[in-house]
Write a protein that binds this ligand. Structure first.
Ligand SMILES: [Fe+2]
Length: 281
C-alpha cells in the first residue's frame, strides 16, 4: 500500500511573500498537481496526506480554491490543518463545510486505518486557543489532553504513523553545518514527541511547517518533514507500507514541469542529504 505525503502548499497566497525556503510557484499549482496526479496513477497510490498550510490564510475563498485544487488528484486526500489554515475565528467550521472530503468522520483530528496501518492525524495548536492561529503570537505547538488521549483509543496492536502540522524535531547540525538544531519546536513539544514515540513506538511521525526536509530516527520511529510542495524543486514523499514495514522515497517533480524555475543553492539543506531523503525499515 502506497501513499503520498505533501505539505505547505499555501494556496491563495502570493508567490513572492511570506515564509518560504525556496522560490514558490503557486502560479503553476495546477500543472504541479497534474504531474503529481500522473505519478499517483502510475504508482497506484492509494491516498495523499497533506501536512497542512494547504491554504495561505484560513478564509473560505482560499478553502474553495484549495478544495478545487485537491480535487485534481485522482485519489482520496486527507488534511492535517496547519497554522495558516486556522487564522479565522470560524476556520475550523469553514474547512469542515467547504472541504468535508478532506476530513474523515467530519473532524479535524481523525484516524485512518488502511491495509493494517493506523494513521493518527492530530491538528497542532499554536497559541492559547486550540485550532486557531493568531499571527502575532509565538508558535508553540501543543495538543490538548483530549487529542493526546485519541492515540489510546481504538486498536493499539497495529503499526501506526502520527501526522501533525508541527515538525516533530529540528534539522540536525550535520545537515545544516550549524551548531544547533534548525527550526526545532519548543522543548515541551519535543518532549511530548519523545514520550509518545517511547510509549507507542510509531513507525513514523510526519510533519511540515518548516518547509524543509527532515529524516531523523528516534529509537524505532522515523521523524520526517517534507519541504513545501509548491516550492522548487517540488517534492513529495512516497511511502510504501508492506509486510508491517514502512519505506520512504523522495519524488522530485521539477524535472518534468514545463515552466522555468529557480533554485536557491545557498539553501540545499532544505532538500537534505541523500540519507535524509529515503529510508527502508
Ligand atoms: Fe505552518
Amino acid at each position: 500500500m502506497k501513499f503520498i505525503f505533501i505539505t505547505d502548499t499555501h494556496y491563495g497566497g502570493p508567490d513572492d511573500q511570506g515564509y518560504r525556503q525556496q522560490p514558490r510557484y503557486n502560479c503553476h499549482a495546477e500543472e504541479l498537481l497534474d504531474k503529481l496526479s500522473d505519478f499517483i496513477r502510475q504508482e497506484d497510490v492509494s491516498f495523499v496526506v497533506h501536512g497542512g498550510d494547504l491554504a495561505d490564510w484560513g478564509n473560505r475563498k482560499n478553502m474553495r480554491l484549495a478544495g478545487q485544487l485537491m480535487k485534481r488528484l485522482p485519489c482520496r486526500v486527507y488534511l492535517s490543518l496547519g497554522n495558516h489554515d486556522l487564522t479565522e475565528d470560524d476556520s475550523v467550521a469553514a474547512w469542515l463545510e467547504e472541504t468535508p472530503q478532506l476530513f474523515p468522520d467530519g473532524a479535524i483530528d481523525y484516524t485512518i486505518i488502511e491495509n493494517g496501518l493506523r494513521i493518527d492525524v492530530l491538528c497542532s495548536n499554536w497559541g492559547p486557543r486550540p485550532a486557531f492561529w493568531n499571527i502575532k503570537e509565538p508558535q508553540l505547538a501543543w495538543f490538548t489532553d483530549e487529542q493526546k488521549s485519541r492515540l489510546f483509543d481504538g486498536p493499539q496492536d497495529m503499526p501506526r504513523i502520527i501526522v501533525s502540522h508541527s515538525q516533530p524535531c529540528g534539522l540536525p547540525p550535520a545537515q545544516t553545518g550549524l551548531d544547533h538544531d534548525l527550526h526545532a519546536p519548543h522543548e515541551p513539544f519535543q518532549q511530548y514527541v519523545r514520550e509518545t514515540c517511547e510509549s507507542l513506538k510509531p513507525l513514523a511521525w510526519l510533519g511540515g511547517h518548516n518547509h524543509m526536509t527532515i529524516r531523523r530516527r528516534l529509537n524505532e520511529t522515523q521523524l520526517v518533514t517534507a519541504p513545501a510542495f509548491s516550492e522548487a524543486p517540488f517534492e513529495a514523499k512516497l511511502f510504501e507500507f508492506s509486510d508491517g514495514k514502512l519505506s520512504m522515497k523522495t519524488i522530485v517533480f521539477g524535472g518534468s514541469v514545463g515552466f522555468q524555475w529557480r533554485y536557491d543553492f545557498d539553501k540545499t539543506h532544505v532538500q537534505g542529504r541523500a540519507c535524509d531523503r529515503v529510508f527502508n525499515s
